[in-house]
Design a protein around this ligand. Structure first.
Ligand code: PHE
Length: 342
């Protein structure tokens, strides 16, 4: 009986090892383990055997059955795997890779970094202030009291007043950072402060409601207009990579005395006069001046102890000159055709 079991088992395993399809597996399962299989006959006849034989034969029959089952499963798996559609799933390692697209810094951030690099190289610190400001820092402390007509120059976005809050606004220039910095620091110092400003004005190719300025402030006991002019020339020559001359014209801003318009020699003709500068040799850059003593007092310094200069320039304007960009509205347009050029 034992040899019969082994014989059936070996035959089954041999046949199973030759199967090609799932149907054949199914047939073999029926043939060797099904109701009419030889195995079943043996198991059925167990009852005619002695107790001793029952145990022995029963045990080896079950082991053989298990072995056949395992083989059936194994070959079923092999068949499933070999039917796997390798053609559609295959990875062609010779196809060139897809380049991941990476973003880059916006031209304004690049210019801002450039400016910060040049100034930190000259011993300046970079200071920061909030874009949502109080009336106090944006106007009053800068010597522009409530009813001063000069306020009209800064078309202001006011924020709905809230109880107990100082009247809030979107800062119209970076000059409030001067006050914030001086409240916490003692001269001598030199800082620049680049940042976003907002004005409620109609936009055109040279005006935007949202733009960047960068403020410079240098304060000490003997800071003069000459220092100021020199630093300006150094900065612009480095920024534009050519020798630049600076010209100051008298102007008025409540927070400086004297106040200036700040011009640089034309980048195209170096001052000779050309189409770019409308033949006058100079390009207008922004406001500047010697800090008004009232501003020092509003920041907590004694009157007439310190002198300093300040300026506020438009960052877009500098970028436009350096990179020959004709419309300021492009910077915030989100137009990738523009952004990707830099
Ligand atoms: N804050 C002025 C403006 O935005 C510019 C300025 C800054 C003028 C510092 C003088 C001194 O118009």
């Amino acid at each position: 009986m034992q040899s019969k079991i082994i014989e059936i088992k070996n035959k089954a395993i041999e046949e199973i090892s030759e199967v090609k399809t799932k149907e054949e597996i199914f047939d073999l399962e029926k043939k060797y383990l099904g109701r009419n299989s030889e195995f079943n006959q043996i198991l059925k006849n167990l009852k005619n055997l002695s107790e001793e034989e029952k145990k022995e034969i029963g045990k080896s029959a079950n082991l053989a059955k298990k072995e056949i089952e395992d083989n059936l499963k194994k070959y079923e798996r092999i068949i499933s795997e070999s039917n796997f559609d390798f053609q559609s799933e295959k990875i062609d390692i010779t196809i060139p890779g897809k380049r991941k697209k990476r973003g880059h810094l916006n031209i304004l951030s690049q210019v801002r970094n450039e400016i910060e690099d040049i100034f930190t190289g000259m011993g300046f610190e970079v200071a920061d202030g909030p874009e949502v400001e109080t009336e106090h820092y944006n106007f009053d402390a800068l010597n522009i009291p409530k009813d001063h007509p000069a306020r009209d120059e800064w078309d202001t976005f006011w924020i709905k007043p809230e109880e107990k809050l100082d009247h809030m606004l979107l800062r119209t220039h970076t000059s409030p950072v001067q006050i914030r910095y001086m409240e916490k620091n003692e001269p001598p110092f030199r800082i620049i402060s680049p940042g976003k400003c907002f004005r409620r004005e109609a936009t055109d190719s040279t005006h935007e409601h949202t733009f960047y300025q960068f403020e410079a402030l240098v304060v000490g006991e003997d800071v003069s207009v000459a220092n100021f002019k020199y630093i300006g020339e150094q900065f612009f020559s480095k920024f534009f990579n050519k020798d630049i001359k600076v010209r100051l014209r008298p102007s008025f801003f409540p927070f400086v005395e004297p106040g200036f318009e700040f011009d640089i020699s034309c980048l195209m003709c170096s001052g000779k006069g050309c189409r770019a500068c409308k033949n006058n040799g100079w390009l207008e850059l922004g406001g500047a001046g010697m800090v008004n003593q009232n501003v020092f007092v509003a920041s907590g310094y004694p009157r007439n102890k310190y002198q300093g200069f300040a300026w506020g320039f438009g960052l877009e304007r500098l970028a436009m000159m350096k990179y020959k960009i004709s419309d300021i509205r492009l910077f915030h347009s989100g137009d990738l055709r523009f952004i990707k050029q830099f």
